[in-house]
Write a protein that binds this ligand. Structure first.
Ligand code: HEC
Ligand code: HEC
Length: 261
């Protein structure tokens, strides 16, 4: 809050002096205050995001919801646009397509800007608890190998080459996958793989989109992610998801969490 006030103060001074305002990167993407309101209270028929993604933006394995906290804002915005246009389907609860249709373009920007400000620590899923609940969980050390080096014997590139160290995001196009929830990670990797098996890496036409199955994710630009997921085995997916959910975004010896990459 303090930072927001300071920025507003600066803006006021800047406009008096007719000097271009130096808004922070978060505010440049959207209005954080409006985003916070939508996230916490909802808007019109759109339910509050926190009811499914939690107040801290951590998401929840029992609902299959992803962590949104600190995710790249332009990535969040793109997903909301894709849900709106049915380029991506939420087959866990079918809520996200309605949610996205109920928000204006500006609302989408604002809520994306807001979730990027959430600095919730990278807690990830509790793998022991998931096992107790009967969920099949992979081996983090095996997943780490694929994230860092890929699995060249069956055509899988290193996740790191696009998503950065431990999948902490790289540039605006590649989302953070570190500290993401296990159930969500597994579900998305399976959905991209389903998309690859049916369509390869092509961009779908309107008709094809209308007829695609709900568990096929095909909204990745030039099929980049499908081309990767298409080669993953069931074991790979469980191992990778187990590693990423417990992994940390900071490099050894450097306790600082990286800023926007
Ligand atoms: C009824 C529950 C529910 C509500 C309310 C909800 N979400 Fe979601 N959201 C989900 C589920 C479930 C998924 C995962 C969908 C999937 O697997 O494709 C999801 C996925 C997302 C994603 C994709 C994230 C990624 O990493 O690709 C974004 C972005 C998102 N939600 C934003 C929002 C915003 C913003 C709001 C509020 C305006 C909201 N959600 C409200 C259930 C919900
Ligand atoms: C060639 C680049 C590339 C490589 C290599 C790559 N990815 Fe991706 N990945 C992407 C892109 C681009 C997206 C964003 C798709 C979109 O816009 O919806 C993505 C999205 C994802 C998502 C969805 C994130 C979310 O929040 O829904 C997951 C999970 C993921 N990648 C996991 C992986 C894993 C695991 C590996 C390694 C086995 C990997 N990726 C390797 C390009 C890549």
């Amino acid at each position: 809050m303090k930072r927001v006030k300071t920025t507003m103060g600066l803006l006021a001074i800047a406009s008096c002096l007719a000097v271009p305002a130096l808004a922070s990167a978060d505010e440049a993407f959207g209005n954080v205050d409006n985003g916070r309101k939508i996230f916490q209270e909802g808007k019109g028929d759109v339910p509050a995001c926190q009811s499914c993604h939690r107040l801290d933006g951590l998401g929840d394995d029992s609902q299959g919801t992803p962590r949104l906290a600190y995710q790249v804002d332009s990535y969040i915005f793109k997903q909301l646009k894709d849900f709106e246009a049915n380029r991506r389907t939420d087959d866990t609860m079918f809520a996200m397509n309605d949610v996205a249709k109920g928000l204006s373009e500006q609302d989408k920007r604002d809520v994306a800007a807001y979730v990027h400000t959430l600095k919730t620590p990278y807690l990830g899923s509790d793998l022991e608890q998931l096992k107790k609940d009967g969920v099949e969980v992979g081996e983090p050390y095996k997943g780490k190998m694929i994230v860092e080096y890929g699995a060249p014997d069956h055509g899988v590139p290193a996740c790191k080459s696009c998503h950065g160290f431990h999948g902490r995001s790289a540039g605006r196009m590649y989302p953070a996958i570190v500290g993401q929830n296990y159930v969500y990670l597994k579900h998305e990797l399976e959905s991209f793989r389903n998309g690859y098996r049916k369509y390869g890496t092509k961009t779908l036409s309107k008709d094809e989109l209308a007829n695609k199955e709900d568990n096929e994710r095909v909204n990745d630009y030039m099929g980049q992610m499908r081309a990767v997921a298409g080669h993953l085995t069931d074991e790979d997916i469980k191992n990778i998801a187990a590693f990423l959910t417990v992994a940390k975004p900071n490099t050894p010896g450097n306790p600082r969490t990286p800023g926007r990459l």
